[in-house]
Design a protein around this ligand. Structure first.
Ligand code: ZN
Length: 408
């Protein structure tokens, strides 16, 4: 098992600064960490000797020797990330420059039990480590992001909802994974881990409140303020999904009426479609119908007039596919606007299986957000292009494991 315990606190801070930006000048490190030059020289040399960083080039000279750019070494160690979710689950292997060198994703079905999913994904990791000639002693550990609620000490899931297989509530994730591996495991709420990764990797001192919202079969969110995860009471990450959005709306399994997740999820939009057409079809098919009808391009959808045309046309012609999608996404925009106003977020990253289905969904969401947003700052707050894009939870989990090992 690989360890970073031989680093002192200052070395850990420098290493983190380098690994999260992957190219740093000595003077930036000195400013960020408030270090005198002699100390910075000594610590950087120590990290080079410990085989964690290297000189990756030089910057433009302003007279004298050109300043050296430091970067992380790629093969010092490896970290594994696992994302256990309702629509899909995934494993990744990151090298020590935090680049994905392997990933494998599976769709979750009615037969996907915790045991079968974890056994399968673990076998995929073992296969990949073999093929890549990576010994287990080069592994720092594994970060596991799950749907909440999860007890991060015991690694046991609480009462989770919306899984297609019903044996996930109470599953002992930690025990199931540790049957396969001897390296350390770190378990957490996947949405929080994604927000934490996003905070550190797209680091901007003006962006201190970062939220991650994952839309799929349910709605998950994580919030990081000043680099710290803000935990929900009883780790109820589904609290946002149960925001009341229609006081006289449909009844929700949580006991209330008109919760956001009844409308703004994959299943929610499928139900809206059924309400109009009396037919059960999948959201994939609904989106395909819209593509066939409107034959849009990415450029069309950034044009407000084109979206208005789609809205008007589907009202007139009873194009239920677009009507249902539009209704679900409009309700989502209301929920997100409430959420954003409440927490006053600097950045909200939106991703997940619903968003990844087709770019029309994020474009439509931005259209509605802009219609209701009072200060017109939608483009500066909202993004779907986070640093790790569609692997945001698994990489966030692996990165959280690293931060934990660095005790930062
Ligand atoms: Zn509810």
């Amino acid at each position: 098992m690989f360890s970073l315990d031989n680093l002192n606190q200052k070395e850990k801070q420098i290493y983190k600064a380098i690994i999260t930006s992957n190219n740093k000048l000595k003077k930036d490190i000195m400013t960020e960490l408030n270090l005198p030059k002699t100390t910075a020289n000594r610590l950087l040399q120590s990290l080079i000797n410990k085989n964690l960083i290297k000189e990756i080039g030089t910057d433009k000279s302003t007279g004298g020797r050109p300043p050296i750019i430091y970067g992380s070494k790629e093969d010092s160690f490896y970290i594994i990330g696992m994302d256990l979710a309702r629509s899909y689950s995934e494993v990744i292997i990151l090298n020590s420059s935090l680049k994905i060198i392997f990933n494998h994703k599976i769709t979750m079905t009615e037969t996907s039990t915790p045991e079968s999913v974890i056994n399968y994904l673990s076998s995929k990791i073992k296969e990949a480590l073999n093929q890549l000639h990576i010994n287990e002693d080069k592994i720092l550990g594994m970060g596991i992001g799950t749907v909440g609620p999860v007890n991060i000490k015991t690694g046991i899931l609480g009462n989770v909802t919306n899984f297609k297989n019903n044996s996930w509530s109470g599953a002992d994730i930690k025990s199931l994974v540790s049957k396969h591996f001897s390296f350390p495991l770190f378990i957490g709420n996947g949405a929080n881990m994604a927000a934490l990764g996003e905070f550190h990797f797209n680091y901007n001192p003006l962006v201190q409140k970062v939220a991650y919202v994952n839309l799929g079969l349910g709605i998950r969110y994580g919030l990081v303020v000043n680099g710290k995860i803000i935990k929900n009471p009883n780790s109820k990450e589904d609290a946002f999904g149960h925001m009341t959005i229609k006081y006289d709306g449909d009844s929700c399994p949580c006991g209330n009426n008109g919760c956001l997740e009844l409308y703004a999820t994959i299943g929610g939009i499928e139900k809206i479609y059924k309400k109009y057409s009396n037919k059960d079809i999948s959201l994939d098919l609904i989106v395909q119908n819209i593509k066939d009808e409107f034959k849009y391009t990415k450029a069309d959808l950034s044009n407000t007039k084109f979206i208005e045309h789609m809205i008007n046309y589907s009202e007139k012609t009873n194009n239920f596919s677009f009507k249902a999608l539009n209704e679900g996404i409009r309700i989502l925009s209301l929920g997100l606007n409430n959420f954003s106003n409440l927490i006053n977020a600097d950045r909200i990253v939106i991703n997940g299986p619903l968003i990844q289905l087709d770019y029309i969904i994020y474009n439509l969401l931005c259209y509605h957000l802009k219609n209701i947003h009072n200060n017109g700052s939608v483009d500066s707050i909202y993004t779907t292009e986070g640093y790790f894009k569609e692997n945001i939870i698994s990489t966030g989990a692996a990165f959280t494991m690293l931060l934990n090992k660095l005790q930062l």
